[in-house]
Design a protein around this ligand. Sequence first.
Ligand code: KG4
Ligand code: ZN
Length: 365
Amino acid sequence: MAANHIYVLGLETSCDETAAAIVEVPVKDGAPTGPGRILANQILSQIDTHAPYGGVVPELAARAHLSHLDTLVAAALQDADMTLDDMHAIAATAGPGLIGGVLIGLTTGKALALAAQKPFIGVNHLEGHALSARLSDPVAFPYLLLLVSGGHCQLLSVTALGDYTLLGQTRDDAVGEAYDKAAKLMSLGYPGGPEIEQRARQGNRAAYALPRPLLADNRQDENGLPLNCDFSFSGLKTALRQAAEKAAPLNDNKVADLAASFEAAVAECLSTQTRRAMQIFRHDLSSAAQLNLVVAGGVAANQYLRQALRDVAEAENFALFVPPVALCTDNAAMIARAGAERFIAGHIDAAPMAIPARARWPLSD
Ligand code: KG4
Ligand code: ZN
């Protein structure tokens, strides 16, 4: 590859953010050499559309993506002062996500690629999150990834581009979903994460004794490595509901205490299971490579959870990388970055126009 900078336009429409971005990735000897630059990062949140329903309404989301995506692409090209012709490739989220939205971004990406005669890359949204730290920091493979979003909660060993091993995952609700449901049952706004985080700052973390699901299962294999790095949040949500009903009528102080107690339970679950996954990751690592923990996904915006993970990383001698908040929540820069990494590595589908939209698409596939 002759060029020493790769430019990719990325599109994201899998949930309730419509987004288009352009990234520049420096390349040497067929590999990215650093974070590069985000030249455009257009993002339109649909929060106001969905807030009255307390959650994302798929049909409304799809319609909004369709109305705004072309304008956002034009704005991204303008921000970067570039044309489609300057792109090396066009990337779009091909799943997992709400199928109507995924179809709109995927079809738009294919149409743009076809019209501009550029390679098209269908990106797994979770791979976008998984690589998002490489947009902001020079973090090298391998790393342990804690992916915490509205749809996902998992621990993965990221060995190389496209090489992901699942170490643990939620057995029911995703952690962001748990925040959203917890907020709803305390009559707080949507999305619940930021609301609960803010209320919890005024609360007492020990006010209510809430469960820490699955932490008691500390079974080990014959090498002494943990067998359980999973999460479960639905029981915690039920316990919170019962505590809230018992404490009714709620006032600001009680809500703050409930939010703080809920967040303390979540933090302990995330940090304990991350610590267990670190033992597996360290054991599987062949050389004395640097130990890295990357946290990604919308919930990584939470400062209290970040501090809990910072403490675990420090105790276990891992370097911690958390992208800035704007790159933790859904965005298209991470999709463009994942597309660029695939383009650089030559991981390009032979029949890009046949790439399907997928509602489900596990990263470890
Ligand atoms: O990654 P993301 O933008 O979308 C998905 O792919 O799911 O994550 C959105 C989720 C929502 O559930 C939201 O409540 C949660 O991330 N979230 C937070 C915070 N900010 C967003 N959860 C906890 N604390 C926050 N500060
Ligand atoms: Zn996401």
